[in-house]
Write a protein that binds this ligand. Structure first.
Ligand SMILES: [Fe+2]
Length: 386
């Protein structure tokens, strides 16, 4: 007798079950397995907590009568639905949103780009953009910021020969950020100079205004005239030098990246002071840049015995910064504006003959955090756009 095999019905997959615990719940997530979420976090981040207009959190967890706790929680298609104990409130979370918060690591930042070190031969490859293009095209602004995030430097061409041309350019990245000497500065020879920059002398490689608690992030130098003899521009990538220093001189690197030293800027009406590390590391432990300025380095007030080790390391690094391998030399022309990360790129100039012609650079700064904000807004959708 031929008995037909029983027909097998495909098994209905077991409904994914949410397990409630004392302080949070366990949620099965597609491709990730079970993940834990704290009740405070869930209640605080209920999508209804955020105002559609302001895009800010309008819910105030401090006003809950008791610690939040789920009365029940179920998965409905691709959504977690929670009914809260003691509250007439239901939360609905897209599972994709929850899936991006399971690692406990900072959320992905599109502006967190890997830096690319550059050397003395970089001039031909420096990212270049024309000012009128940047004024007209958001995509160009995004590419410009990307260059600043990755290489820390860009040259803007076709600058209008006006003060407004610089302001308009800077405002494509952020707000002009004043320092204690004002919103803009003019680099030309002054009769009574209060700063080495305002003389015709050579200017060693440095970052600007290290004596401020938060030195400005992005520097703009708009060349309005340059017909002098000498005065070549010198630029170097602090990341390139510090990365090589890390390999060449690990103990020196440790001293320079861990020790705060004093910087100052002092004259008749001001006395700015700050303490900074020469080599700065980012949240990944990677070199993010430098703070260095021989003309604004204060008399180091650390224990003299400690300086037996620190000073030689500081000098080894300072000399390395000036090695030919790292120094990009060129002449900035009238109508160009060099834009660079003031916490990464060191800049200086050779001496020039003041009587040989005109040399006029007009500068300002914007903020790095605001630049990253502009970049994210230009390149991503954001979480709250409808
Ligand atoms: Fe400077």
């Amino acid at each position: 007798m031929n008995i037909p095999a029983p027909v097998r019905h495909p098994e209905t997959p077991a409904a994914a079950t949410v397990r409630l615990a004392d302080k949070g719940l366990y949620l099965p997530l597609p491709d990730q397995g079970e993940a834990y979420f704290n009740y405070h976090w869930l209640r605080d981040n209920c999508p209804s907590s955020f105002d559609a207009g302001t895009r800010e959190r309008s819910f105030d967890i401090f006003h809950l009568d008791a610690a939040p706790r789920a009365a029940q929680a179920v998965i409905d298609a691709d959504t977690l639905v929670i009914d809260w104990q003691g509250e007439d409130h239901q939360s609905r979370f897209p599972l994709t949103l929850l899936a991006s918060y399971t690692t406990g690591r900072p959320r992905k930042d599109p502006a967190d780009k890997r830096r690319r070190a550059w050397y003395s031969n970089h001039y031909a490859d420096v990212a270049r953009f024309s000012q009128p293009d940047l004024m007209a095209q958001d995509q160009k602004v995004a590419a410009w910021i990307e260059a600043l995030l990755i290489e820390g430097v860009a040259i803007i061409t076709d600058m209008p020969d006006t003060d407004a041309g610089l302001t308009e350019l800077a405002e494509r990245i952020g707000t002009v950020r004043p320092t204690f000497f004002g919103s803009y500065f003019d680099v030309k020879t002054h009769i009574n100079p209060t700063n080495t920059a305002f003389t015709a002398a050579a200017l060693e490689l440095h970052t600007d205004t290290p004596a401020e608690e938060h030195a400005p992030g992005i520097q703009f130098l708009h060349c309005r005239a340059n017909s002098v003899e000498g005065g070549r521009n010198l630029f170097g990538d602090g990341v390139a030098v510090a990365n090589d220093f890390r390999a060449r001189d690990p103990e020196g690197f440790r001293l320079l990246s861990e020790t705060e030293i004093p910087f100052y800027c002092e004259h008749d009406t001001y006395d700015m002071r700050s303490r900074q590390r020469v080599i700065e590391l980012d949240e990944h432990g990677e070199v993010s840049g430098l703070t260095i300025s021989q003309h604004m380095l204060d008399m180091i007030d650390l224990p003299q015995e400690f300086l037996d080790d620190y000073y030689p390391a500081f000098c080894r690094f300072g000399r390395m910064l000036q090695e030919e391998k790292y120094v990009m030399r060129f002449t900035l022309h009238a109508g160009e504006c060099i834009v660079f990360d003031n916490h990464r790129i060191v800049h200086g100039r050779a001496a020039y003959t003041a009587s040989s012609g005109d040399r006029y650079l007009r500068g300002c700064y914007t903020d790095r955090a605001e630049m990253r904000s502009t970049y994210r807004a230009l390149t991503t959708e954001g979480r709250f756009k409808s």
